[in-house]
Design a protein around this ligand. Structure first.
Ligand SMILES: Nc1ncnc2c1ncn2[C@@H]1O[C@H](COP(=O)(O)OP(=O)(O)OP(=O)(O)O)[C@@H](O)[C@H]1O
Length: 687
């Protein structure tokens, strides 16, 4: 067998490293040659400019561009080879096609490595079709796809390696549960500053999602810690590889909940050798679509208001606008205004008169054009007709006047008045309430939707794939807006159990109603937390489908104390314990920002390295972080402390969501503290 023993594998690794280093030296040589060539061309151009004709100058400039481009791609290759020198590969399968006797070893890494001198493909990219078998099969029969069908064969060996800084730390021979052993090691490690790639341990059900090429809209419903975000980013890397001729990183947009989350995940794609992708948030989209004309409450503020005060009417308005039925009402209203709000009149401009009937006929004829755009078209038709009749051109000023007259035939054209009118038409004027600081957040997207449908979207988008994370926090109207703005392929992921606003959360079934052809895939295995933490969180918000990974750790601890001072003392003690441990990150996760601010103020004098994360923050930091459940969504910490879990602080549906999110952020250790009676939400056997 090729490289049968571990000793042979270690020798082979050295050989591969040698080839990689040799290639790196060659690339370095090429790069300096190219930069010298560019320099020479430039000097030549400079010195001979006056004697050269136009064609000659163009030709030299083209050579400069060409050489510079070749130099850049050499630089790109250099980056990849450097990464491979650190970790050349992480897996191997030996595969024999059906009619072959001898299996053929396939080493799998983050990138491929083709040795141009020996003409051998020494390392295969994890995204190559053949590498897919590493994730999908154990020993025995296996299949992979090729452009004209499938190749069947047999896997006779499967190995995993952990190589770091060019040194093999361990190598594991495949038996049925080997995959689990390596996975367990990865999951037990302490957290990193940024989300990391998981190429070496992608699980079969995750691989199916990463490599899915059929679904136009793919919805991933996954339990907390099931790898949704990781998988979605690996999927993007896969799509960029698979469709490199038609899609590049600037054709992909991710909608993420906040800047901290964006920063936290920003490293995954570059680690996988791809460029960063564009990122935006729902509020930015709304601001752009509304041309920055309207002030509005942010989603964060809406959730804060909900957490702070009980205002049944406010909750009811949110609930009402978060249903699929509400989206249908908006659609019906648009139909209603199209049919009833245009009252054609005779057009009388300085030199001409056109009867109302013609304006009416033209308005109906343009039925495929958004209402607001039709005014211009109708005016143009009217002017065109007059020009034919009068055999003369109509001056611009009269065209403008015609347009104004046509526009006036529509009962309401101001967006905000139209939006208000919608509630009058519904006979629910109580559902629209203006607040001091601008629109309520629940009104923002219905208004954006109305605007897009009334006026048409701002501009055609270059986005070819849209990624929506934390899907549970967006309403059907928000999805309808996304579908109008980005009529491209989509991957939408989230968890209905982790909504920060249960009054306006969406389940995958709700989202499927907006995208009827969407394919839903589920991830039920939870990887982030120890079995003990996952079981604890399950008691707060049970989910029968959740399948926890069996990795054991300390039982979560709830500590009740007599005074607020004692609670702070307990938290301080836990911080010291953490500082003496090997763990890297500690999240102190509060219910709302005031509580986070207050704990921060009180802890600061004793611990100068605590960092407050709020909605203004733009970057994630490792270490001791004090934040809210809302901000912590999507993030993870080695240790988590949830303070103030008393009856008064955690008692309703919103609180339950916050508590669940907070607890599921913990990877290895979870502590909860309270002063006063323990919250009912935590009264389950064992507490
Ligand atoms: N196949 C895997 N191999 C190694 N680690 C994994 C794997 N799948 C998930 N993980 C780890 O599990 C943790 C959770 O992953 P991720 O944050 O992507 O999950 P999520 O479903 O988006 O979580 P949540 O919804 O709770 O925020 C991360 O530490 C990730 O590295």
């Amino acid at each position: 067998m090729f490289n049968g023993s571990e000793k042979e594998e270690r020798v082979f690794l050295q050989k591969i490293l040698e080839r990689l280093r040799y290639t790196l030296r060659k690339i370095d040589g090429t790069i300096s040659e190219h930069s010298k060539d560019v320099q020479d061309f430039k000097e030549y151009l400079w010195n001979n400019m006056s004697d050269m004709d136009h064609a000659e100058k163009v030709s030299v400039r083209q050579s400069i561009t060409q050489t510079a481009m070749t130099g850049e791609s050499a630089l790109e290759r250099k980056k990849r080879i450097r990464k491979l020198i650190d970790i050349p590969y992480f897996g191997r399968i030996d595969f024999a096609e059906e009619d072959q006797k001898q299996p053929w070893p396939i080493y799998i890494g983050i990138h491929s490595f083709y040795d141009f001198e020996t003409r051998e493909n020494l390392i295969h990219d994890w995204r190559a079709p053949i590498s897919g078998m590493f994730y999908d099969y154990e020993l025995g029969p296996a299949v992979f796809k090729v452009p004209d069908g499938e190749v069947e064969g047999e896997i006779s060996l499967k190995r995993q390696y952990r190589i770091r800084k060019s040194t093999m730390e361990f190598m594991l021979e495949s038996s049925l549960n080997i995959h689990d052993d390596v996975l367990q090691k990865e999951l037990s490690a302490t957290s990193d500053e940024k989300m990391k790639n998981i190429v070496a341990t992608i699980q079969r059900e995750q691989n199916a999602i990463i490599r899915d090429e059929d679904a136009f809209v793919l919805i991933i419903q996954g339990v907390a810690g099931s790898g949704k975000t990781s998988i979605a980013l690996h999927r993007i890397a896969y799509l960029l590889y698979r469709f490199k001729d038609t899609i590049s990183s600037d054709n992909i947009l991710i909608i993420s909940p906040n800047k901290v989350f964006g920063d936290y995940i920003a490293n995954v794609l570059p680690e996988l050798g791809e460029e960063k992708i564009l990122e935006t948030g729902m509020e930015d989209i709304a601001r752009e679509q509304l041309n920055n004309k309207y002030k509005f409450q942010t989603f964060f503020e809406q959730v804060s208001d909900l957490v702070h005060k009980k205002d049944e009417a406010f909750s009811e308005r949110i609930r009402f606008k978060a249903t699929f039925e509400f989206l249908n009402l908006l659609k019906k209203y648009l139909l209603h205004i199209e049919n009833h709000y245009f009252e054609a009149n005779d057009v009388k401009v300085d030199r001409f008169f056109i009867p109302a009937g013609y304006a009416e006929e033209r308005f109906r004829a343009w039925s495929r054009v958004p209402l607001a755009k039709r005014f211009q078209r109708v005016a143009k038709d009217i002017v065109g007709r007059v020009e034919i009749m009068q055999k003369t051109d109509i001056p611009k000023s009269e065209i403008k006047k015609t347009e104004t007259q046509v526009k006036k035939m529509f009962r309401i054209t101001n967006l905000q008045s139209l939006y208000k009118d919608f509630y009058d038409w519904l006979q629910r004027p109580d559902m629209f309430k203006k607040r001091k600081g601008g629109l309520e957040f629940a009104d923002v997207f219905p208004m954006v939707y109305l605007k897009i449908m009334f006026e048409g979207p701002q501009s055609a988008s270059k986005i070819k794939h849209l990624l929506v994370d934390e899907m549970q926090d967006y309403t059907p109207v928000q999805y309808a807006v996304l579908s109008k703005l980005y009529p491209c392929r989509k991957t939408i992921l989230g968890d209905a159990n982790q909504s920060v606003n249960p009054f306006s959360s969406s389940k995958h079934e709700d989202i499927s109603r907006v995208f009827p052809n969407a394919v839903t895939m589920k991830l039920n295995k939870s990887y982030r937390s120890t079995f003990e933490i996952t079981s604890f969180a399950q008691n707060i918000s049970p989910n029968d489908e959740l399948d926890p990974i069996i990795r054991h750790g300390k039982e979560p601890q709830i500590t009740g104390v007599k005074t607020a001072g004692n609670e702070l003392g307990k938290i301080s003690g836990l911080i010291e314990e953490f500082q003496q441990s090997s763990n890297q990150s500690l999240g102190i996760i509060c219910k709302n920002q005031e509580q986070a601010d207050s704990i921060h103020e009180q802890l600061k004098p004793h611990h100068n390295d605590v960092y407050l994360l709020n909605s203004e923050s733009v970057a994630f930091v490792n270490g001791i972080v004090i934040t809210t459940a809302h901000m912590a969504k999507g993030l993870e910490f080695d240790n988590v402390i949830v303070p103030h879990v008393n009856k008064k602080n955690y008692n309703n549906e919103v609180d339950k969501s916050m508590l669940y999110i907070a607890c599921t952020r913990a990877m290895h250790q979870l502590n909860l503290t309270h002063c006063g009676e323990l919250s009912e939400l935590l009264r389950f056997p064992g507490n």
